[in-house]
Ligand binder design. Structure first.
Ligand code: ZN
Length: 90
């Protein structure tokens, strides 16, 4: 009895975390699309940290390399899993 409810609890926690991941990924992808769609010289928000900045060139979207890395490690599920797998060895 106790085992069943604990297993269900853990399953629900896992489901909730997956949903949060999914929502976050959708949010940053939307922010990235918005930054990419903006014209050079327009005000954009960094898709990773949300910092306001002026778009410097047509491909510019992030405030810096750190945010770029952060974004690409999360936006893509397979890359994200690889990043998690590698983080232990680095
Ligand atoms: Zn940033």
């Amino acid at each position: 009895m106790g085992d069943t409810s604990e297993a269900q609890y853990l399953a629900e926690i896992g489901e909730h975390e997956r949903e949060m991941e999914r929502t976050q990924r959708a949010g940053i992808k939307h922010a990235y699309a918005k930054a990419k769609a903006a014209k050079t010289g327009e005000q954009i928000a960094c898709p990773a940290c949300g910092k306001a900045q002026r778009k410097r060139s047509y491909q510019h979207a992030f405030c810096g390399q750190r945010c770029k890395d952060w974004y690409w490690n999360r936006a893509d599920e397979t890359r994200m899993q690889r990043a998690i797998a590698y983080s232990g060895g680095a």
